[in-house]
Structures are given as structure tokens and as C-alpha cells.
Design a binder for this molecule. Sequence first.
Ligand code: DAT
Ligand code: MG
Length: 148
Amino acid sequence: MEKTFLMVKPDGVQRELVGEIVSRFEKKGFQLVGAKLMQITKELAEEHYGEHKDKPFFGELVGFITSGPVFAMVWEGENVIATARQMMGKTNPQEAAPGTIRGDYGVTVGKNVIHGSDSPGSAEREINLFFENDQILSYTKDSNQWVY
Ligand code: DAT
Ligand code: MG
């Protein structure tokens, strides 16, 4: 089954949106298989956002993502990578549709509440960057028989 890496950013944690965001993915029918509240180091932030290192906003991005605790998660489900991106909405909350997480809770691109892997390659890379193998669980969720 496909897995993706999702993370409530420091603004989402401070604004008490962790429960709301977890709830959206639970209600959708996806399965939580790993989660932790953590503080990202500068080194981890620079590696995680490595693809943006030459962008003008890179310094601001690293500063923001290390500015407070984040809630890192691994979710499992059929087509979860693309579906979670749809549920998050566009990167800029001003372009994100109402009903999406960024559309409902964000105002500016610099504080857009949630991160989600954008492809199978980045999902694998980001899961391995943030989680040890034994922090990702494999378990039967009985309600899956009503989802699949
Ligand atoms: P996404 O988080 O939707 O995958 P991305 O990978 O293009 O978006 O960018 C990573 C993060 O960088 C994004 O969530 C917010 C920040 N960011 C992107 N574009 C920005 C910009 N023009 N100004 C400031 N921050 C930006
Ligand atoms: Mg991205």
C-alpha cells in the first residue's frame, strides 16, 4: 500500500490545528502508520527542502520550519500521495480552494500550515529522512473493509 509523508508545520501546531488535520485524513479513510511531535534542526530542514536551496525564499523557509515544533506523520492508503496533495490544496493558500486545508486555514504562502510529499520518490525520501523503520507500524485497521 502507498505511503506518504505529511507534516503539520509550526504555524499549524501553534494554531492548534493538529487534531483537525489528523481528523481530515482519518475521516477520509487513510491509515496513520507513524507520527511524532518534533523540532526540526537546521541541518534536517536544509536537507528536506534541498530542492529549494537556490530559491530566494530558502532562508525564510528554513527559519520558519525550525521555529517551533512540527507534527510529522506517515499515512498509508490507495493513491494517498496525490490525494493528500489535493486535500492540502495549492501551495499558496490564496489560490487554494475552499475545503482544502490550505484553503481553509492559510493566508500566506510562507505560513501554509502543512507539508506533503509530491511524488512517490519524494515520499520515500522524506519518510526515510524523518522516521526510523521501527517507527512506522504495520497493523490491521478493521474499518478498512468499509473503505476498500
Ligand atoms: P509545496 O509545499 O506545496 O510542495 P513547494 O515545494 O513549491 O510547495 O515549496 C515548499 C514551501 O516553500 C512551500 O510550502 C512554502 C514555501 N514557498 C514556496 N514558494 C514560496 C514563495 N514564492 N515565497 C515564500 N515561500 C514560498
Ligand atoms: Mg514541495
